[in-house]
Design a protein around this ligand. Structure first.
Ligand SMILES: N[C@@H](CCC(=O)N[C@@H](CS)C(=O)NCC(=O)O)C(=O)O
Length: 116
């Protein structure tokens, strides 16, 4: 699997950590969001929203959104972090939604020029 990612991204890092923890090999494909590589035609074809992370399988299946990618990886690994029991699963969704929003905000803030 390929992960299109940016080294300093708070939405990419959890995926790299979780894949490592669950023994899933990722081929890391750097996308420099500071120089605008996320707006290239090739990357835009992968994610029209022009955001990392994007996970890409060898058969062409691709997935955006950090929390969706984490759940997909947990399903593939049969990991308890993504439980089948409805209430436990709903709690994971609630916690991940909060984490994703604040991580994404932190990421955008860190890219803003000083003083803005
Ligand atoms: N909701 C998305 C947010 C992804 C996101 O904000 N990615 C940032 C890096 S942390 C990005 O690619 N920014 C590029 C840009 O703003 O042009 C997710 O959770 O995956």
């Amino acid at each position: 699997m390929k992960l299109h990612y940016f080294e300093g991204s708070t939405t990419c890092r959890p995926i790299v950590i979780f894949a490592t923890e669950t023994g899933q090999k990722l081929q890391l494909v750097p996308v420099n969001i500071l120089t605008g590589e996320q707006t290239s035609p090739a990357f835009t074809a992968l994610n029209p929203n022009q955001l990392v992370p994007v996970l890409e399988e060898a058969d062409g299946f691709s997935l955006t959104e950090c929390s969706a990618i984490l759940k997909y990886l947990a399903d593939k690994a049969g990991h308890a972090a993504w439980p089948a029991e409805p209430r436990a699963r709903a709690e994971v969704i609630a916690r991940m939604r909060g984490g994703s929003v604040s991580a994404s905000r932190r990421c955008r803030r860190s890219r803003r020029p000083a003083g803005r």
